[in-house]
Design a protein around this ligand. Structure first.
Ligand SMILES: *Cc1c(COP(=O)(O)O)cnc(C)c1O
Length: 414
């Protein structure tokens, strides 16, 4: 009984913080400072040697504080706490999910390279892959959740040596289609050579950091929009990257020189959010079971896209069982009719807010085809079941009966 490995939720209030360094304050203060004072010139030299990779850290040596673009206690402690959920070696926090994603792609891809990515991906990611990266000579090739390993490999036939990254978003937004991370790992291994590593990067925003841990399923890197569940209160924009030290050194170094780290105030807010992460997400997932069952039984609803309703024995169910430990708190449904009916529903909600984004304490509803996914080509929208009748809901922490009441009265107006 001398030692115990505490659960991550038990450590979110204290891990990595030493009160004696901050006048005994129980909470980590906001270190609103640009630079840090060295005790001596020798100390400054030693800190820089580690920060710039000129020497390895001594055992038990902590990274010295230099300048807030490189590190700041509010980011460093937050990063240590985020590592606990995914059991990652290291984490780097960014000023947005998009800066986390774009920094990873810029670090691991070079002109002439090919990026294999799952379809659909978040709209901002889709734009970066298909509109920005081609300007640097980098090509994205998309694959869907129904394609096998052989079919994915067939997509890059003849140009295998140029593939440098497999990028996956699972479950896919907004239909909850699941991608098999084991297959993604096998594809990456097949395309790797002695002198060329193909990295697997997973956008875990939809399920993380509680319900899916991609590093355990073969991913090298995880990216998050911390704006969503990690922040959880619709009051900040932030991102994070996690993974093994060998990859994170590269990510952190590019962050230092792009200068797209989060500031101390955002770091502080995220630490506050992490204290309630487990209770918030658990409540949201519990509410979602009730909401999904209600929708499933409603005569004005044609189809519900919810992981908790996957049919046993199907390939999607098998991936779900292996990869996830919750059905999550995101549901979509096809309303009977089309855009008109979907809009009538959305315009009549009284408790839920009509807004994009997800994972927050309040429930949100939106229309993917004309909002979050309006930039997706008509052909891809048809392929991916993002139709005019689809409505997406992010379930919050309200009393589930109030959410259901709201949905019921809005459906009555349709
Ligand atoms: C919101 C989101 C992003 C982008 O994150 P920002 O914090 O808005 O930059 C990336 N991926 C997914 C899955 C998202 O939901």
């Amino acid at each position: 009984m001398m030692n115990r490995e505490f659960h991550p939720e038990s450590l979110m209030m204290t891990h990595g913080y030493k009160p004696e360094l901050s006048e005994g304050a129980i909470k980590c203060p906001i270190f609103q400072t640009s630079t840090f004072v060295f005790k001596s010139a020798e100390e400054g030299k030693a800190f820089f040697q580690v920060a710039y990779g000129q020497r390895e850290k001594e055992p038990n040596e902590e990274l010295g504080l230099i300048y807030s673009r490189l590190n700041n206690p509010d980011l460093q402690i937050l990063e240590e706490r985020l590592c606990l959920w995914d059991e990652a070696d290291e984490c780097a926090v960014f000023e947005s999910g998009m800066s986390a994603i774009s920094t990873v792609m810029l670090e691991f891809l070079r002109p002439g390279d090919i990026l294999l990515y799952s379809k659909p991906v978040y709209g901002g990611t889709d734009h970066f892959v298909n509109k920005v990266l081609p300007q640097y000579g980098i090509k994205g090739i998309g694959f869907t959740s129904t394609q096998s390993k052989e079919e994915i490999l067939e997509l890059v036939k003849g140009q295998e040596e140029n593939v440098k990254m497999v990028y996956v978003e699972t479950p896919a937004n907004p239909t909850n289609a699941l991608f098999d991370l084991q297959i993604c790992r096998e594809v990456a291994d097949k395309l790797s050579a002695e002198d060329k590593e193909v990295v697997v990067c997973v956008d875990n925003t939809y399920m993380g950091p509680l319900w899916q841990h991609p590093l355990k399923h073969g991913a090298d890197l995880i990216v998050y929009s911390a704006t969503k569940y990690i922040g959880g209160h619709s009051d900040l924009i932030a991102g994070a990257v996690l993974g093994k030290s060998k990859h994170m050194v590269r990510v952190r170094t590019l962050r230092t020189f792009l200068g797209n780290m989060a500031g101390p105030w955002t770091g502080w807010l995220l630490m506050r959010s992490l204290e309630t992460l487990k209770v918030r997400m658990t409540k949201q997932a519990e509410n979602t079971i009730q909401v999904a069952d209600f929708l499933q039984a409603h005569p004005k609803v044609e189809k519900v896209y919810y992981l908790g309703h996957l049919e046993e024995g199907t390939a999607q169910y098998e991936i779900f069982k292996r990869q996830l430990n919750s059905a999550g708190a995101m549901i979509s449904f096809d309303i009977k009719g089309g855009e008109k009916e979907a809009f009538t529903f959305l315009n009549n909600l009284k408790l839920m807010k009509l807004a994009v984004s997800l994972g927050s304490t309040e429930s949100l509803a939106e229309h993917p085809a004309t909002m979050t996914h309006s930039d997706v080509s008509a052909e891809d929208r048809a392929l991916l079941e993002i139709s005019e009748k689809l409505v997406r809901i992010s379930v919050g922490v309200e009393h589930y009966s109030d959410i259901i009441w709201d949905i019921e009265q809005a459906l009555e107006k349709v």
